[in-house]
Design a protein around this ligand. Structure first.
Ligand SMILES: Nc1ncnc2c1ncn2[C@@H]1O[C@H](COP(=O)(O)OP(=O)(O)OP(=O)(O)O)[C@@H](O)[C@H]1O
Ligand SMILES: [Mg+2]
Length: 288
């Protein structure tokens, strides 16, 4: 009933995308440390734990689960996927906002736009009496270091927008996840206001083998002796592996005898590498 309502209301606005998560945390391949932090987080937002804190008078009865979380790390390391998976574990829907949209909005209005994101979010929660997770995807421009000293008017405007964002974060009630590629340049003021900052690292060879294992189509025909071990030697992120598998599948599917070989994937890996203008990315491919 509640879900239907949010699904219907979502049509009336163009800020958020409503996501019904389908992947579970067990689908995500992460290093030990990231995994442990996530497990910790899950425990803290556990209803039973919250109940105890309320009983002990430590936590306000009315307020639900509060958590402000940053997922940071390189592109394609699974930040967005993990946010969805976390939501699934908590049986929550996700209202996702693509932060790059803010830039395309009229600059002078961006402070207003930031307020609008949060107001719309609260409005949707109130009307549907549900507690979706607020996901701010690619929040780099919100979280980046604010410039100080003499600056251009564009900089000042940007600072103002960030200040509004900071204010909104400060009083935010509920669960918010911001994802970013920034590593070092997260503004300290923001950093302090998020209670979890979780790093997503590029997968090592063992994790890559696991990624290939999870992502290779199960119902497909493979050449005799097919082994993903060699594929795992290529320094790719989960996002890149995902893309390569998809491209290879398209290539193989049109063949008369559609059988996957290791070489098919390696060809696709080098094609990707050649097509990539991103220096760091192509170096990643060569780092065997
Ligand atoms: N750690 C991972 N475990 C399992 N699958 C992954 C992982 N990382 C990436 N993938 C695969 O790659 C796809 C893209 O990952 P995702 O969008 O979550 O990356 P991201 O870190 O949010 O990247 P970006 O910074 O570009 O937004 C996922 O849908 C998934 O199929
Ligand atoms: Mg993402």
């Amino acid at each position: 009933m509640r879900r239907l309502k949010l699904n219907a209301l979502i049509e009336e606005q163009d800020i958020f995308e409503l996501v019904e998560p389908t992947t579970a945390l067990s689908d995500v391949v992460l290093n030990k440390k990231t995994q442990q932090t996530l497990e910790n987080l899950m425990r803290q937002v556990d209803k039973e734990v919250i109940g105890r804190l309320v009983d002990w008078g430590i936590k306000d009865k009315k307020s639900g689960i509060d958590a402000r979380i940053i997922f940071y790390g390189a592109a394609g390391t699974g930040k967005t996927m993990t946010a969805y998976s976390l939501a699934k574990s908590l049986k929550r829907q996700v209202l996702a906002f693509d932060c790059s949209k803010i830039l395309s909005m009229y600059v002078g209005e961006s402070e207003k736009n930031v307020r609008k994101i949060f107001d719309t979010f609260y409005d949707l929660c109130e009307k549907t009496k549900s507690e979706p997770i607020l996901l701010l995807n690619e929040a780099d421009q919100f979280l980046s270091s604010r410039s100080s000293g003499i600056s251009s008017s564009a900089d000042q405007m940007h600072n103002q927008m960030q200040n509004i964002f900071l204010e909104q974060i400060e009083k935010f009630k509920g669960m918010l996840i911001a994802t970013t590629n920034l590593l070092e340049n997260i503004d300290k003021a923001f950093s302090r206001r998020f209670n979890y900052k979780i790093e997503f690292k590029k997968p090592d060879q063992t994790q890559r083998l696991e990624l290939w294992g999870k992502m290779l189509p199960k119902e497909a025909p493979y050449e005799e002796g097919f082994d993903a071990k060699e594929l795992a030697t290529y320094a790719l992120t989960g996002g890149q592996i995902h893309l390569i598998i998809k491209n290879t599948a398209y290539k193989v599917a049109v063949r008369e005898t559609p059988i996957f070989s290791v070489k098919d994937f390696i060809d696709e890996i080098s094609r990707e590498k050649d097509a990539s203008f991103d220096n760091e990315k192509s170096m990643g491919f060569l780092n065997k």
